[in-house]
Design a binder for this molecule. Structure first.
Ligand SMILES: C[S@@+](CC[C@H](N)C(=O)[O-])C[C@H]1O[C@@H](n2cnc3c(N)ncnc32)[C@H](O)[C@@H]1O
Length: 303
């Protein structure tokens, strides 16, 4: 089923299941000691989706399971380290306010060491926010920052909800939008960056991704492309990612941010793989992500 305006989900359905998939990869990366995220595995287990429980149990019917799982763990380690380092650099520079947009099962407000009195604001759909917050509390996790959770749809008036929860737009802020953009309609992606900019004084920072095309999700014919999803499918996750993302022309993220006064630096995923000491691949899957970058930006002027 294609996306509709105002559709909702929890962590076991629709777009929400992608947050659980990502957390399952973090759990594998944590087990391989590539990252330190002790909460990913218990969170995935609490969601209880059979496919991810089987992956964590190693109960997978695929010849390439071992290499597929290793590559997933390494890919997630690259991603997690990138956004962790972004936050650590931002706080080291004196930024004391962070907003994690589409936080999913991200446990940064519980697992990173934040300077005293740092405000962290997590935004996601109400069902996602409530489940994670309650589950972590029941697991005995305590936030390591001054945590504010906001259950709101990012296609709606999220800036209003953010301000109402105590966010201070006069303070430089570090914004994270990790694994979010493809799940927003193209115009909502532009609006997201417009809102972020309007809520940010000069000196604020932003980390997100740049996907040069949606080709990893849709074949040239316009039909859903199986290859891009082959790995998850082999592991038993049959949700059609092509139905979860929004297709069609969208703004070039880097150009759009430049136009709003952000100075952007990008790192190609392939290069980050090598920089992290992992073998890079040049198979069909890697080809579809050619040009994919993790990007960090600093607001240097306001229009
Ligand atoms: C792939 S997951 C990434 C989660 C998290 N950032 C991470 O990296 O673990 C995508 C997340 O985007 C959230 N999301 C997508 N569209 C959203 C919307 N319109 N409003 C709120 N959250 C949204 C989903 O609920 C989900 O948690």
């Amino acid at each position: 089923m294609a996306r509709t305006d105002g559709d909702t989900w929890d962590l076991a359905s629709g777009v929400g299941a992608t947050a659980t998939a990502v957390a399952a990869s973090r759990a594998l990366a944590n087990r391989a000691t590539l990252i330190d995220d002790p909460w990913a595995e218990p969170l995935v287990k609490a969601v209880g989706m059979e496919v991810f429980l089987r992956i964590l149990d190693g109960n997978i019917d695929s010849d390439d399971a071992e290499s597929d799982l290793r590559r997933m763990a390494q890919g997630m380690a690259v991603r997690t380290r990138y956004f962790d380092d972004f936050v650590i650099d931002a706080t080291a520079s004196g930024i004391r306010q962070t907003v994690i947009l589409a936080s999913g099962l991200d446990a940064r407000p519980y697992r990173l060491t934040w300077p005293a009195s740092t405000g962290v604001f997590e935004i996601d759909q109400p069902g996602v926010i409530d489940f994670k917050t309650t589950t972590l509390r029941n697991l005995g996790a305590t936030p390591t920052a001054d945590l504010h959770t906001i259950g709101v749809d990012l296609r709606d008036d999220w800036p209003g909800a953010l301000r109402a929860s105590g966010f201070d737009p006069s303070q430089p802020t570090a914004w994270i939008a990790e694994g979010l953009l493809i799940y927003l309609p193209p115009e909502a992606q532009d609006r997201l960056f417009d809102h972020i900019t309007a809520l940010s004084p000069v000196g604020s920072r932003l980390a997100t991704e740049f996907m040069p095309s949606m080709g990893a999700f849709t074949g040239e014919s316009g039909e859903p492309d199986d290859d891009g999803q082959e790995r998850w499918r082999k592991l038993g996750f049959h949700d059609d990612l092509a139905d979860l993302v929004y297709h069609g022309e969208r703004s070039h993220v880097i150009d759009y941010l430049n136009g709003l006064g952000w100075q952007v630096t990008g790192d190609l995923m392939q290069e980050l793989f090598e920089a992290n000491g992992f073998e890079s691949h040049d198979d069909e899957m890697a080809e579809k992500f050619t040009g994919f970058q993790y990007i960090s930006a600093a607001l240097t002027s306001t229009n």
